[in-house]
Design a protein around this ligand. Structure first.
Ligand code: CTP
Ligand code: CA
Length: 222
């Protein structure tokens, strides 16, 4: 009941979120993927909904329940995630790209299970589409938020990536902190500089990120 009296900082905002890893098939039973539980992206979707947004979540292969009130679309590969985002982005005011998209996929997918007895295997990899890059460069893009997991030189890489991606807000975490666990610690980078957030559960961190976005929303969405 208390929630009724909390300010809904993003009431009516249409948000599109990607979460989880993508899986790129090698053959019918094998593939390459990224380490990602999907928990941070699902927590972001939940926190956005709590803040009053209309949330669509495009999720890679994860075994997580759909947050209350969120519309979910499941995908497997980066190409499928790209297609799902393209279909839904035109109605979005806010795009939060939390997914750990595989940067490469096998150039050829075998339609049968490869046999071990056939000896060594050389994989040819081809780059996947940059989903956030595409969205950020649309003629009238939604407000875009990038997530970056860095293993070292967090500040330097985060600032450079925010510029390169051309996004107003980048959320950076050290991979050692974030992957798999229930807690996270992140630093936000925006036009005003760096904003470290306190360590907490992924839901607490997600709520703090959403509060930051909601506070800046009147300026950003102009
Ligand atoms: N991203 C995306 N599509 C891709 C790769 C990344 O949408 N094919 C998004 C991620 O969801 C994230 C942001 O881009 O929000 C940054 O991802 P990251 O992997 O850190 O950046 P890359 O440009 O792929 O650079 P790197 O070589 O460091 O992996
Ligand atoms: Ca990448």
């Amino acid at each position: 009941a208390l929630a009724v009296f909390q300010p809904k900082g993003l009431a009516g905002v249409r948000a599109l979120v990607t979460a989880g890893p993508t899986f790129e098939a090698i053959d019918t039973v094998r593939g390459i993927t990224n380490l990602s539980s999907g928990k941070m992206g699902f927590a972001i979707a939940r926190a956005l909904r709590e803040a009053g947004a209309q949330v669509t979540l495009v999720a890679g292969p994860v075994g997580l329940p759909t947050p209350y009130g969120v519309t979910r679309h499941d995908v497997v590969s980066a190409e499928q995630m790209f297609a799902a985002v393209k279909e839904r982005v035109s109605g979005a005011d806010l795009f939060i790209s939390v997914a750990a998209v595989a940067d490469f996929r096998p150039a050829h997918r075998s339609d049968h299970k490869l046999k071990r007895a056939s000896g060594g295997l050389t994989l040819e990899l081809t780059p996947n589409p940059d989903i956030l890059g595409y969205v950020a460069r649309l003629p009238r893009p939604p407000l875009c938020v990038a997530f970056a997991a860095e293993s070292e030189h967090l500040e330097e890489h985060a600032r450079a990536k925010r510029e390169a991606k051309g996004v107003p807000l980048l959320v950076a975490n050290l991979v050692q902190e974030a992957i798999g666990g229930d807690e996270n610690q992140v630093v936000l980078f925006d036009e005003r500089g760096r904003h470290p957030l306190p360590r907490g559960s992924k839901l607490e961190v997600a709520r703090a990120i959403v509060r930051h976005i909601a506070a800046a929303w009147p300026d950003w969405s102009r």
